[in-house]
Design a protein around this ligand. Structure first.
Ligand SMILES: NC(=O)NCCC[C@H](N)C(=O)O
Length: 258
């Protein structure tokens, strides 16, 4: 059954201590971040999504980036094993949340590591980035869970950005959005639309032609509007300072059977 529920997680008071890999640290305004998070969740609700708050994980600075903790395929959840040890404490609350929604639950086990930000679904194709956070064992375990359900898993090397979805996401028609210089192997993607801004590579599909996009990507928003999409900009500047993007602040559950 189609469903429109989205998991979100309130920012930790320790947000400003979040991990950084590819950018320099800038001061994060935690109060502003909370306001931006409220506006982000409100934008989801305005477009028909029921937001479900996972119990906060205040000791984990990066816990607001809830996308990294679980991968959903239909009603099957795969609990991640974050590549960064400081993020491992984030998964417990998410496991409880998906189990209470009636999802069947699987886990990435040691020695596997996998971050949800490395997983992009386009129809029944699941692209998985093998990079700084997701290792080969994590890729194998993801395959073992989802291929029997009919998914085709395509592994993609990622070395230039934090996660695969830092570099690309997909439009509702499956066109991949991104910037070629950030990709190790752009030819793996069959239909590719280059975007003018780095943060323009990230869209959240809200349903129909509606796309949530960062306010920091106005030229991309214009390009997408010109192609017939309706764009919904949200300011997530404080999360961008921590290598976050619009996708990583929620997990959309589109096919629950309960
Ligand atoms: N999926 C995502 O893009 N997640 C962003 C995570 C940012 C966080 N500071 C981290 O390094 O794990």
């Amino acid at each position: 059954m189609p469903s429109k529920k989205a998991l979100v997680r309130r920012p930790s008071p320790r947000l400003a201590e979040g991990l950084l890999t590819h950018i320099e640290r800038e001061k994060v305004d935690v109060d502003l971040a909370v306001e931006q998070w409220e506006a982000y969740t409100e934008a989801l609700r305005t477009h028909g999504w029921e937001t479900i708050e996972v119990d906060p994980a205040d000791d984990c600075p990066d816990s607001v980036f809830v996308e990294d903790t679980v991968v959903m395929y239909r009603n099957v959840a795969l609990i991640a094993r974050p590549g960064a040890e400081s993020r491992r404490g984030e998964t417990e609350g998410v496991e409880e949340a998906v189990a209470s929604l009636g999802c069947s639950v699987n886990w990435i086990w040691e020695p596997g590591t996998l971050d949800g930000g490395d997983v992009l679904k386009v129809g029944d194709t699941i692209y998985v980035g093998r990079g700084g956070r997701t290792n080969a064992a994590g890729v194998q375990q993801l395959r073992a869970v989802f291929e029997p359900l009919g998914a085709r898993v395509v592994a993609v090397p990622v070395s230039k950005v934090l996660h695969l979805k830092s570099a690309i996401t997909a439009l509702p028609d499956g066109t991949i959005l991104g910037r070629i210089p950030q990709l190790d192997a752009p030819s793996l993607f069959p239909r590719f639309l280059p975007v003018p801004e780095e943060s323009g590579a990230h869209v959240v599909l809200l349903g129909g032609d509606k796309l949530l996009i960062a306010a920091s990507a106005p030229k991309t928003a214009e390009l997408l509007a010109d192609l017939g999409h309706e764009t919904v900009p949200v300011d997530i500047s404080e999360f961008e300072k921590l290598e976050g993007c619009v996708t990583c602040l929620s997990v959309r559950l589109r096919e629950l059977y309960v």
